[in-house]
Design a protein around this ligand. Structure first.
Ligand SMILES: [Zn+2]
Length: 217
């Protein structure tokens, strides 16, 4: 006959076995009276303890659930997915887009390393929008990010092209603010005339640019 199992004094997770517990029937398996770290007494079966199935009075599970819900509990939300993707492409070298982000020196600001803080700054993602950087060469930080639709982003891409003019390099948007003009006007001007300053059009310059002959003059 094998020696009688005695779990007294053994610890299973948060449970410490105090003594053998009352049996439901004489032939039933042993039960153990345990005290949980939180102070609650429980009677548990041998199998549940030894298999690792029972590790507390139930407080462990509650604590885990509470932790999940207070850390944020929104792994599946659009905001969380946007955050996780941002962290991935900027910090994980094996990420398929790392080359175009982290690899180009695009980083995530210190504050946004924590999802909760990103969420607090950016708020709810409006339907149909994605996380967008206003300056596409800038970092992920509040000043440079917004939730934007595809249309807004395409528009931004055109105007966030950098232009070097009179020794300074800025985006069309930045030039537009400085010159009191519209980014798309500046873009047209730059492409057509190679300048961001207003064109003083004379008949000669007009004909020169358009390759027309001045036969009508
Ligand atoms: Zn407990």
């Amino acid at each position: 006959m094998p020696p009688k199992l005695n779990l007294t004094g053994q610890r299973f997770g948060r449970l410490l076995v105090i003594c053998e517990g009352p049996k439901a029937r004489p032939n039933a398996g042993s039960k153990w009276r345990c005290v949980c770290d939180c102070g609650v007494d429980v009677i548990t079966e041998t199998g549940a303890l030894r298999s690792g199935h029972t590790k507390s009075c139930g407080c462990l599970h509650r604590d885990i659930m509470r932790e999940k819900s207070t850390t944020h509990g929104q792994q599946g939300t659009p905001e969380y997915r946007a955050w996780a993707a941002m962290i991935g492409r900027c910090t994980i070298k094996s990420h398929s887009s790392y080359r175009n982000y982290g690899g180009r020196g695009i980083s995530v600001c210190e504050r946004w390393r924590l999802y909760e803080q990103f969420r607090e700054d950016m708020g709810n993602r409006p339907a149909g929008s994605t996380l967008d950087r206003i300056n596409t060469n800038g970092n992920y930080e509040l000043e440079n990010c917004r939730w934007a639709t595809k249309e807004q982003q395409d528009n931004n891409k055109r105007t966030s092209v950098f232009v070097t003019f009179e020794g300074r390099t800025m985006t069309y948007s930045q030039w537009a603010r400085e010159l009191g003009s519209d980014p798309s006007v500046l873009r047209q001007r730059w492409i057509k005339f190679g300048t961001l300053k207003p064109i003083q059009r004379t008949k000669e310059s007009y004909y020169a640019k358009t390759n027309r002959t001045n036969q009508c003059l």
